[in-house]
Design a protein around this ligand. Structure first.
Ligand code: PGA
Length: 249
């Protein structure tokens, strides 16, 4: 049985003071947690948020990482720096990084292999644009993203891999994929993983992301091949995030 994961992706939001207030509010609400709960704040909040959340069972993730150990990479953050701050998961390949910062599947693959080497858990984002969906190319697209980003992956560490299926047209638009549509692609992703990794694929968690809200989480998470959600906008308010992590099935 795969444990569910509800992950908040704060993107470029929340000063340290705001992050601390969020943590105070969330801890006061003390929501029932059905599975694993994760917050991925900006790098600048990790230290303060880690202190606030210590002992709460709520885990820390990062939104990005660089694929080298150290060196002349101005502006970048290494896996060791994240481990030092208590980070357990790292989002890689988010569509905003692919589109705005031109990150390629090759670079994302390098990051994934580096995370595996350092025992950090990758949350690999994949998903199609609206044009690709309208052209009926969403299955081909996620298949090629998967195979390029998972090249040379360490099969022994697959249980720590999380895939987040995030159709780009659903991110931050309020236009979520229906639970059935999301399940159809997540099932396809699982089948692709099974083709490549056999039974090990059963342990890989697949999340849906794209305008997930407290009102939609229950239907999404009830689906057989969806093991949780990667949530942007609705993870920024403690009251909403509390409702998301206390989803009911
Ligand atoms: P959203 O973002 O929930 O605001 O659509 C999801 C994401 O980009 O991870």
């Amino acid at each position: 049985m795969r444990q569910t994961l509800i992950a908040g992706n704060w993107k470029m939001n929340m000063t340290t003071a705001e992050a601390e207030n969020f943590a105070d509010e969330l801890l006061k609400l003390n929501p029932k947690k059905n599975g694993e709960v994760l917050i991925c704040p900006p790098f600048t909040d990790l230290y303060a948020l880690g202190k606030k959340l210590a002992g709460s069972g709520i885990k820390l993730g990062a939104q990005n990482v660089f694929a080298e150990d150290s060196g002349a990479y101005t502006g970048e953050i290494s896996p060791a720096m994240l481990l030092d701050l208590g980070v357990e998961y790292v989002i890689i390949g988010h569509s905003e990084r692919r589109q705005i910062f031109n990150e390629s599947n090759e670079l994302i693959n390098k990051k994934l292999l580096k995370l595996q080497e350092k025992n950090l858990k990758p949350i690999l984002c994949i998903g199609e644009t609206l044009e690709e969906r309208e052209a009926g190319r969403e299955y081909d697209l996620v298949k090629s993203q998967l195979s390029a980003c998972l090249k040379d992956v360490n099969a022994n560490k697959l249980k720590d891999l999380v895939i987040a299926y995030e159709p780009i047209w659903a991110i931050g638009t309020g236009r979520s994929a229906s639970a059935n549509d999301a399940e159809a692609i997540c099932k396809f992703i699982r089948q692709e993983l099974e083709k490549n990794f056999g039974d090990l694929a059963k342990e890989i968690r697949i999340l849906y992301g794209g305008s997930v809200k407290p009102a939609t989480i229950n239907d999404i998470i009830a689906k057989e091949n969806i093991d949780g959600a990667l949530v942007g906008g609705a993870s920024l308010k403690a009251a909403d995030f509390a409702k998301l992590v206390a989803y009911e099935v």
